[in-house]
Design a protein around this ligand. Structure first.
Ligand SMILES: [Zn+2]
Ligand SMILES: [Zn+2]
Ligand SMILES: [Zn+2]
Length: 871
């Protein structure tokens, strides 16, 4: 026992430590529990509403039942549903949340809690009576589970054939990494990136402190990389030492590369130079710790600047692992949960899912699987980051029992392959979901009174903008017009949503992807542009392989992913039109073209190279289908004839396509292709911009008359159409050639007589009777060539694969900038494109941790849908 301390000693210690006997300097206020910024905002908002209510109703006696009910009704009236576009009615739960916030804040403000009967009567009023006064959305919340099959579908969508271009290529790797991290660790959306509830805190996964990487000598006596991320778990701000950590191993046996948890984290670390001692994957894979030993790979600050520069971190020690990028490089800021949530929801829609997928669906599945796999309650709690053992049962346990009732009674072996199918059922998918409206529906929407009115107003504003005398005035008018575009976008988005949501439900089981009558523009896009994205093209081939990460294929995949992380622009130059050392490759021209915009760059090189080759050889022509130059006229003519004789070697999408200014495919005129009176080179003439293709098409349109049946004219189809407009719809849907903007052939209200076409917008919900020309509705011209002959041709890239299976139908917007281009970048940055996003933010206070449920985002729609001049 220590020495007894006397009173004198205590006084001396207090004196020595400068204890101030004067207490008047201290605040007299009670100390309240500190709040997370988001909670505090919610409390303050509610208090403001209460004070406003008191002012207007001149009564603030919350103990009075009438006042209380009246206040709750007021609250419900001013609250909008999460998906306010589709359903403006709020859910009772969100009103109840606000009520709880109000009562909790009452206790803080007034120093004493409201009596239980007061708060409870409010709760009961919301549950039982409120819907009689205010329209409420009474549909119960359904928990979705992102089962293994859905998880794989999403990753495949991201890496196999995705047409979406992220503003920065590294974001694709980020999304892939977070999907896996969350699935393998049951992470919440705001734990690896900054949570919405902790906005501005900069919290999330940081290196070096939250990521540990080891190379161990594993049970097979082989070296193996293990990563261990730390989750900044929700509700554990005060218990940092208890944050769950999840080791994930490189060895996933015979499963394919794309499921490997180590792939993306390793790629990100190497791309950014985060390893203190290693620069390449080969150096890491060469490490061989002795049996039973391990090496730690120390992480440090990034040593490789992306796109040239690295801005210093703003909030946190360490580097955010998922960092916001800018054109000038990493910004030091961490990506946030809305980015991730939105990214996943859009990916889900692109992957064909009707429901909005959220990260919580991933977490739910991870927890259920852990439970099914027989881990103990304590292990499960640690894995989940739960402090309360009841949480799992109450919030995550699926309705479908995992006890096999039949096996249980009949003494059969336990089946583990059944319940997950039922769990995954609520996420319905159509593997070829419409990604845009077909030309006809789109046109009918344009012609609808609602849209026509907006179009008129837009036209009027455009004229006024052109005539505006001052910049100020112009800006004002432009803002007004922007607003109208937004409204139009909403109309289109709702229409597309209707189309999209119906498909997964109506799909006949057993239908193969190719029998589906869904237009395939988006689904063939990647194939059409893959030659401009060599890394992604290779990855789409490598990632499905069932090989170890340290195999040659695995290393190549890692290299490609590192390259993607470091790219600023996802699009490389056309393989035939590449600058050499930044200069034009043409003989005699050494112009520096590297800094030119992509469009100017390839056009210069194409013209210059063609001219110089012509000078040299007397003739030069590029076959864009095969990506090869021909220097002899006769040989080229023969080559063109070869293509014409074998239509399956010509992609069925004839429309001009470029990505971020770089040409992916020139346009071909369908009428020319089928015109046997022309020479082969004339027929296969490549149009190098949409305008010249349109000019050529217009010549054919001029001679067509509506009362005579007309044919597509191309090599691929021999179907007849009754009107020019019908033909144009066909060109757009099947051949990716946009319907000309001028619509001289159709009077308002006149319907072109396709079977079952909806008479107006409202009709579409009655069933999928709409008719577009599809595989089943017209015969392809038969060709006599056998498949084996095709192989002789030096054709490396194009999608005659799909042309052989049946014509693909694309939905709108075949021209120019493909899926996003730079416009998307601005959209991502300003988030002005998605009207629903804002709504999302406004309402984020009204939801619990599942805040991501939010609304179905509309911004997956191509922005060109609502831009003038692209048609
Ligand atoms: Zn040149
Ligand atoms: Zn060719
Ligand atoms: Zn056709």
């Amino acid at each position: 026992m220590g020495k007894r301390i006397t009173r004198e000693m205590r006084e001396q210690r207090a004196r020595e430590a400068n204890f101030d006997p004067d207490k008047s300097k201290l605040s007299g206020e009670r100390v309240l529990r500190g709040l997370e910024p988001c909670v505090e905002r919610g409390y303050n908002d509610m208090w403001e509403i209460w004070e406003e209510y008191c002012e207007t109703s001149q009564n603030c006696d919350i103990f009075d039942e009438q006042t209380k009910k009246h206040f709750i009704i007021f609250l419900a009236k001013i609250t909008k549903g999460m998906q306010s576009l589709k359903d403006p009615r709020p859910k009772p739960s969100s009103i109840w949340q606000r009520w709880k916030r109000f009562t909790a804040n009452w206790a803080r403000k007034k120093g004493e809690q409201l009596p239980h009967d007061v708060t409870n009567s409010g709760t009961m009023f919301i549950r039982q009576e409120l819907h009689k006064h205010v329209p409420l959305n009474l549909k119960p919340h359904e928990r979705h589970y992102l089962t293994e099959i859905h998880f794989k579908n999403l990753l495949q969508q991201l890496w196999w054939n995705d047409w979406y271009l992220f503003p920065y290529p590294i974001y694709r790797v980020y999304l892939s990494a977070t999907l896996k991290l969350c699935m393998y660790s049951s992470g919440r959306v705001g734990e690896y990136v900054e949570s919405t509830a902790r906005l501005g805190s900069g919290r999330g996964l940081h290196v070096p402190q939250d990521l540990t990487i080891l190379v161990i000598c594993n049970r097979k006596n082989q070296p193996e990389v293990i990563i261990r991320p730390t989750r900044d778990a929700k509700g554990m701000s005060e218990k940092k030492n208890k944050h769950p950590q999840h080791p994930m191993a490189e060895d996933i046996e015979s499963l394919p590369l794309y499921l490997n948890p180590v792939l993306e984290p390793l790629a990100i670390c190497l791309a950014r130079g985060l390893f203190r001692d290693f620069k390449t994957a080969d150096e890491i894979f060469a490490l061989e710790p002795p049996p039973g030993e391990y090496y730690e790979l120390v992480l440090g600050t990034p040593s490789i600047p992306l796109y040239g520069s690295q801005l210093p971190g703003e909030y946190f020690p360490g580097t955010p692992f998922f960092e916001v990028m800018s054109d000038k490089g990493p910004t030091g800021r961490i990506l946030n949960a809305s980015w991730l949530d939105d990214g996943l929801a859009k990916l889900g829609r692109r992957g064909g899912y009707d429901n909005r997928i959220s990260f919580h669906d991933i977490r739910a599945e991870a927890l259920v699987r852990a439970d099914e796999n027989g881990y103990s309650k304590d292990e499960l709690m640690k894995f989940a980051g739960h402090g309360d053992p009841r949480m799992f049962f109450e919030s995550y346990m699926p309705a479908t029992s995992s006890v096999g009732g039949v096996e249980n009674i009949l003494g059969l072996a336990r089946r583990r392959d059944i319940s997950m199918h039922f769990r995954g059922l609520s996420l319905r998918r159509h593997p070829r979901l419409w990604q845009a409206l077909p030309a006809k529906v789109r046109q009918e929407l344009e012609d609808s009174p609602e849209c026509a009115k907006l179009n008129d107003q837009i036209g009027e504003l455009t004229a006024r903008i052109q005539a505006a005398s001052t910049d100020d005035m112009r800006q004002k008018l432009q803002d007004q017009r922007q607003n109208l575009y937004k409204q139009k976008h909403q109309l289109l988005a709702i229409k597309l949503d209707t189309w999209q949501l119906r498909l997964p439900k109506e799909r006949k089981p057993g239908t193969t992807e190719h029998e589906d009558n869904t237009p395939l523009y988006h689904w063939t896009w990647f194939e059409r542009v893959a030659h401009l994205m060599p890394e992604r093209k290779r990855l789409s081939r490598l990632l499905p392989l069932s090989v170890p990460l340290r195999s040659p294929e695995g290393r190549q995949a890692l290299e490609d992913m590192i390259a993607i992380c470091r790219q600023k622009n996802p699009v490389s130059d056309h393989p035939n039109l590449k600058p050499v050392n930044g200069c034009c490759p043409a003989h005699g021209c050494s112009m520096e073209v590297e800094s030119l915009p992509a469009k100017k760059r390839w056009k210069h090189i194409y013209r210059c190279l063609k001219r110089s080759l012509q000078k040299q050889h007397g003739f030069a022509s590029l076959c864009f289908i095969c990506c090869s130059w021909f220097m002899q006229e006769a040989e080229f003519a023969q080559h063109c004839q070869y293509h014409l004789d074998r239509p399956e070697t010509i992609p069925i999408q004839y429309g001009y396509l470029e990505v971020r200014g770089m040409i992916a495919s020139p346009g071909y005129c369908p009428q020319r292709l089928g015109d046997a009176s022309k020479s082969a080179t004339e027929r296969l003439k490549a149009f190098l911009d949409p305008q010249s293709l349109k000019k050529d098409m217009d010549k054919y349109y001029e001679v067509l008359e509506d009362d005579k049946p007309m044919e597509c004219g191309s090599l691929h189809c021999d179907v007849l159409f009754n009107s020019v407009l019908e033909l144009q719809y066909h060109y757009q849907d099947v051949h990716c050639i946009p319907v000309p903007r001028k619509r001289s052939n159709v009077k308002p209200g006149e319907k072109s007589g396709a079977a079952g076409s909806p008479q107006d917008g409202d009709n579409t919900s009655s069933g999928l009777e709409f008719h577009i020309t599809t595989a089943g509705s017209f015969k392809r011209k038969r060709t006599e060539t056998s498949d084996s002959e095709i192989i002789d041709l030096p054709v490396k890239r194009h999608n005659y694969g799909s042309a052989c299976r049946g014509p693909s139908n694309k939905l709108f917007s075949p021209n120019q900038t493909s899926s996003d281009g730079s416009r998307d970048r601005t959209r991502e940055d300003s988030s002005s494109g998605s009207c629903d996003n804002d709504d999302n933010k406004n309402n984020s206070l009204g939801v619990t941790e599942a805040g991501g449920l939010a609304s179905v985002s509309l911004s997956h729609i191509d922005p060109r849908l609502f831009e003038p001049g692209t048609w």
